[in-house]
Design a protein around this ligand. Structure first.
Ligand code: PLP
Length: 221
């Protein structure tokens, strides 16, 4: 898509979302000009999967938008990631949480995080299995520089949007359970679910963050 198309599609998507649902514009492989076009169209949050690419874009675009880490965070990238990102959506182990907490302590930055749920229990995917989520939430609640604010899931990839529904429902059920668990320091506010082909379903199942790349920027190379 050309830049003016990106801008108008961004506005159209944002205007179509129900009140209270935020758009994360997923910018992997996209240029600064393309990201700027989306921002002109009203985008307020950029999602990135890769730290190095995100850093390049952050240098050009800066803090006029928020930056969410939505890809698997490698341990050796944590130090840089905490400088850049406003939220890390992909915490899936206590070890990773402790490392993020340690680096945030050094720079005195409170980091909002989401737990990534491997809702399809897929062996090759990152994220914590559903039955382990509550235990992880409890065990990281005493990490002083982390603020657990919700859950994120991708779910098994399928061309049929409806096939994602059970995985979104399962993630919402954990979200509700955590909301009622009264764990200190956690405040369940965000449920990040749904991508270009299934975000409508995700919103029906309670998502209030949707992560959209292809529909906004066009097909990736
Ligand atoms: C790429 C990606 C998206 C966006 O996918 P599209 O199908 O292009 O909308 C959303 N979430 C994550 C974690 C991604 O890696």
């Amino acid at each position: 898509m050309n830049l003016s198309e990106i801008e108008s599609v961004a506005t159209k998507i944002i205007n179509s979302l129900p009140l209270g649902v935020s758009l994360v514009a997923v910018a992997k492989t996209k240029t600064a000009a393309e990201i700027e076009a989306a921002i002109s169209g009203g985008v307020k949050i950029i999602g990135h999967n890769y730290l190095q690419e995100a850093e390049q874009m952050y240098c050009l675009i800066g803090q006029k938008v928020q930056w969410h880490m939505i890809g698997h965070l490698q341990r050796n990238k944590v130090k840089k990631a905490v400088l850049l990102f406003d939220m890390i959506e992909t915490i899936d182990s206590l070890a990773l949480a402790e490392l993020v907490n340690k680096e945030c302590t050094k720079i005195n930055k409170l980091m909002p995080i989401l737990l990534e749920i491997n809702s399809g229990r897929e062996a090759n995917k990152s994220g914590i299995f559903p039955e382990k989520a509550i235990e992880l939430a409890r065990s990281l609640s005493d990490l002083a520089y982390l603020r657990l604010q919700g859950l994120m899931t991708i779910g098994p990839i399928s061309a049929d949007p409806e096939s994602a529904r059970p995985y979104f429902q399962a993630t919402k059920a954990i979200f509700d359970e955590l909301s009622q668990a009264k764990i200190p320091q956690i405040e369940m506010r965000y449920l990040s679910m749904g991508m270009s082909n299934n975000y409508h379903i995700a919103i029906e199942e309670g998502a209030n963050i949707v992560r959209i790349g292809t529909k906004l920027f066009g097909v990736r190379d």
